[in-house]
Design a protein around this ligand. Structure first.
Ligand SMILES: [Zn+2]
Length: 328
């Protein structure tokens, strides 16, 4: 047996970290015990399953102000000086640390934070995101919430990872048609789904990095973004290939978030919500949210059909064809 075979995988280390932290960090132990009490309701939204999750511990995140002024005044909860004394992590490469999320939404919820206090922007770190996804492997998925659409620390670069069990998106994707790009990637696009997305599938790391950079640039053009365009990412590495779901956004929080009285529904969608587990931290809101509300929320926060089709037209073409199309 070689040393390679004897080294603990990131997957095994992450499981050991979760166990160690539950044993030694009382707040995490309570959070995980609380998570085991969350309730679910199942809805069919445009033919796909959505689970609403009543998770009162998430109220802090749902109500969090994420404007620059508020963020600038609070101590960053992903910087080592401000973590609880019991919180420990695993090094992931030279630039990232794997930590346990003390407010879990799904089982085995991890936060993978940059060692530097640097803004939430994936440009330059997408390769690390792919490596993380591959190293965690089967049974997990990874995610990225853009600074303006779901990240609760928009000032500190971080990814997340969770158990992939019971996440509706991963079942739904089997039913969509695929096409191959000139670079050999398989592209999967949503059709009459509750939200617009595109997913790229391949075992070729460099080709995927190239395609993703192109997709983000094109999304920036289509949405006229001055900074990183709004999107969430969900990714898996199963059967030795990546599937990267790019979920483009029109806005972060839906209008019902800001409504008053009976009309208010406090939901603050990020990647997990878009993947089909909609967190509803308020008990009254959990009781009254309907299928139609969910349909409206997904349509409102994801990119509208017109701009989605424009974006798709650019990224479905190969680099060569795309340049041709631009010249015409
Ligand atoms: Zn920080």
């Amino acid at each position: 047996m070689s040393w390679k075979d004897r080294l603990l995988s990131t997957n095994a280390l992450a499981k050991a970290l979760l166990q160690q932290q539950i044993e030694t960090w009382p707040a995490l132990r309570d959070a995980v015990a609380g998570f085991n009490q969350v309730e679910y309701k199942s809805f069919s939204v445009k033919g796909s399953e959505v689970l609403t999750q009543f998770n009162p511990k998430r109220i802090v995140s749902a109500e969090a102000k994420v404007d620059a002024a508020t963020i600038g005044q609070r101590p960053c909860f992903l910087c080592p000086d401000n973590l609880p004394k019991e919180e420990k992590g695993i090094a992931f490469g030279a630039s990232f640390v794997i930590l346990c999320n003390p407010f879990p939404v799904l089982r085995d919820h991890l936060v993978i934070a940059s060692r530097q206090h640097t803004p939430q922007e994936i440009n330059g770190s997408f390769g690390a995101f792919l490596d993380l996804t591959r190293e965690l492997g089967e049974g997990w998925f990874t995610l990225y919430n853009g600074a303006r659409c779901g990240a609760s620390a928009p000032d500190h670069l971080h990814f997340q990872a969770c158990s992939s069990k019971s996440v509706p998106l991963f079942d739904d994707v089997k039913y969509f048609s695929t096409q191959k790009t000139a670079e050999g990637l398989r592209l999967i696009t949503s059709e009459r789904y509750r939200l617009n997305f595109v997913a790229a599938q391949t075992d070729q790391r460099e080709a995927l990095i190239g395609w993703f950079a192109h997709a983000v640039n094109a999304l920036g053009e289509v949405t006229a973004a001055n900074e990183e365009p709004m999107f969430n990412l969900v990714a898996t590495y199963w059967d030795e290939q990546w599937t990267i779901f790019v979920l483009p956004r029109a806005k972060h929080r839906p209008d019902c978030y800001f409504a008053e009285g009976e009309k208010q529904l406090l939901v603050s969608p990020g990647a997990i919500d878009l993947a089909g587990v909609m967190v509803v931290p308020h008990p009254d809101h959990y009781a009254r949210i309907t299928r139609r509300d969910l349909e409206r929320i997904y349509a409102e926060v994801s990119l509208d059909d017109t701009r989605f089709q424009q974006w798709l037209a650019i990224i479905s073409l190969s680099g060569e064809q795309s340049r041709e199309a631009n010249r015409v």
